[in-house]
Design a protein around this ligand. Structure first.
Ligand SMILES: Nc1ncnc2c1ncn2[C@@H]1O[C@H](COP(=O)(O)OP(=O)(O)OP(=O)(O)O)[C@@H](O)[C@H]1O
Ligand SMILES: [Mg+2]
Length: 500
């Protein structure tokens, strides 16, 4: 983002989560919302958005010009804090203003660049002494430590929504130094860049993250990247696939059980939530969890507590939850199979992994990566082989690609060329017809040409380059097909594959 990129704060403060958080902070604690715009060094101190019973303390302060300028002074100090100390700026902080009123400030980082912060405040601490306060204390909200940390969580989530929005709007492009990997995740395409910068931000908080994506898109890799990038990296990373057991077994696996709780429970057993205490718990396939277990997980998320099967004592844990699913949880909420409250609790930060077919640009770098991994260094794909891979839709995504490369390396023996003939049947013959249409936004004639080229190529591959049969399938004359093959230089591709 350029230094002077203008943020439209009206729009940002109108985003769904931001609005909800602002409303909650106002209704529940009478707190105000403000912001800092880093590019313009502009600060709007927390201010109540609507008139509530009594006047909020920040409003009282801001009614005088002296109060206003002191508020602005204080907020400028916050700005300096975030803008000048990279190692400190990734997490929300709490601070007190000149009038000893407290506030939470959550930075908005876009691809590691501080673009602004959300402010929420105008409260006293529970134990705070009132003497010496500039404002009347009648209406001052008092927040316990726990409430402050809850407000921090909320405001961080609101800030994350803004950052995500800015990335999605493409405002990240100007600053982003394209990365071709992130921990063990490989990919340099724009959707991967957006995902990396989202991971950059979530590693600094304890917020629950929901990772969605088709099979084999790297959900578990991302969950690991979050854990090992976070302050919890030295603690455990525990994984449980929620579709692996039936309900009772999963209950005891997750929450543990007391001896004698059920037949076969011969001794006390620690649940995985307890094992993951202080660390990260990756709940895979959360969409497969039964409603009764969903309730228990919700309780851990909200209160940090749970009760093992057959026990009466409540346990307390501090676990960061990262959940994943390849199912459409929103649709499941609608049909009643997934709890709405749990959905909203885990859906605040959603990392959606793009399928491989939407990032064909990453194919070559992934191939290189897997060649090295499977001891195929020095080998390369024949042009035909690469072309077939590009045309394929990869229903199994990166996992399927990795298997394919491993197979090619083994079958190619000592040959340095990985030829198309060695590809598995589904890639070679039955290469699923490409379902992806040319990217929107280009010209119609170009898109039509691209589609024409792909369909012809596909038909030729399916008929082993026999033009008569390919023409019959495409319902064009053989002559016409030959002309089109020349136009799109498809014969070159076949020659290269034969030479390989
Ligand atoms: N972007 C990537 N870069 C490198 N390897 C990847 C990438 N995405 C996935 N993989 C590899 O593909 C395999 C599948 O990844 P992973 O298990 O994380 O996917 P998943 O989305 O959890 O799949 P599933 O839905 O089947 O559980 C792993 O071996 C992983 O290392
Ligand atoms: Mg997985």
């Amino acid at each position: 983002m350029s230094e002077h990129a203008k943020l439209d704060w009206n729009q940002l403060l109108g985003l769904h989560v931001v609005r909800k958080v602002a409303k909650l902070a106002e209704r529940r604690w009478k707190l105000g919302f403000g912001y800092i715009d880093a590019a313009r060094a502009h600060v709007v101190a927390p201010k109540l958005s609507r008139q509530i019973v009594g006047r909020g303390p920040c409003q009282v302060l801001q009614e005088t010009s002296q109060g206003r300028s002191r508020c602005a002074d204080h907020a400028s100090k916050l700005l300096a804090h975030f803008a000048t100390q990279p190692q400190l700026r990734s997490q929300s902080i709490t601070s007190s203003c000149h009038a000893d009123l407290h506030e939470v400030a959550a930075p908005i980082l876009v691809d590691g660049v501080f673009v602004g912060a959300l402010l929420c405040g105008g409260y006293l601490l529970e134990e705070q002494d009132e003497t010496g306060l500039d404002v009347g204390t009648d209406h001052l909200p008092r927040l316990s430590e726990r409430e402050v940390s809850f407000v921090q969580d909320l405001v961080e989530e609101a800030a994350a929504e803004i950052a995500g929005f800015l990335v999605a709007e493409g405002m990240v492009a100007a600053t982003s130094h394209a990365r071709d990997r992130y921990e063990g995740i490989i990919g340099a395409s724009p959707p991967m860049q957006a995902m990396y910068s989202l991971i950059d931000r979530v590693v600094h908080s304890d917020s629950t993250v929901l990772i969605t994506g088709e099979n084999g898109t790297g959900k578990e890799l991302v969950a690991k990247a979050i854990h090992y990038g976070s302050a919890r990296r030295d603690q455990r990373f525990v994984v449980q696939n929620c579709s692996a057991f039936n309900d009772n077994l999963l209950d005891s696996e997750l929450f543990g059980h007391k001896r004698g709780a059920f037949t076969g429970a011969v001794s006390d057993k620690k649940g995985l939530f307890e094992v993951a205490d202080q660390g990260t718990f990756f709940l895979d396939e959360i969409g497969d969890m039964s409603p009764s277990l969903q309730v228990k997980v919700l309780r851990v998320l909200q209160e940090g507590t749970f009760t093992p099967v057959g026990d009466t004592n409540t346990r307390h844990v501090d676990v960061r939850i990262v959940a994943a699913t390849n199912r459409d949880l929103r649709a499941m909420v609608e049909d009643g199979s997934f709890r709405e409250d749990l959905f909203y609790r885990i859906h605040v930060i959603n990392i959606a992994l793009p399928p491989l077919r939407q990032r064909a640009d990453d194919l070559e770098i992934l191939v290189r990566h897997f060649l090295i991994k499977h001891e195929g260094t020095g080998k390369r794909l024949s042009p035909e082989c690469l072309a077939l891979m590009r045309a394929y839709t990869w229903p199994g995504n990166v996992r399927e690609l990795e298997n394919e490369i491993e197979r090619l390396v083994v079958l190619s023996g000592s040959s340095p060329i990985l030829a198309a003939e060695l590809l598995s049947d589904r890639l070679r013959k039955g290469a699923a017809p490409t379902r992806t249409l040319p990217a929107p936004g280009g010209s119609l004639p170009d898109a039509v040409k691209e589609l024409e080229r792909r369909m012809i190529r596909q038909a030729l591959i399916e008929h082993d380059w026999n033009k008569t049969r390919a023409a019959a399938q495409l319902q064009v004359s053989r002559r016409n097909l030959i002309r089109l093959v020349q136009k799109y230089e498809l014969d070159d591709e076949r020659d290269q594959s034969l030479l390989a």
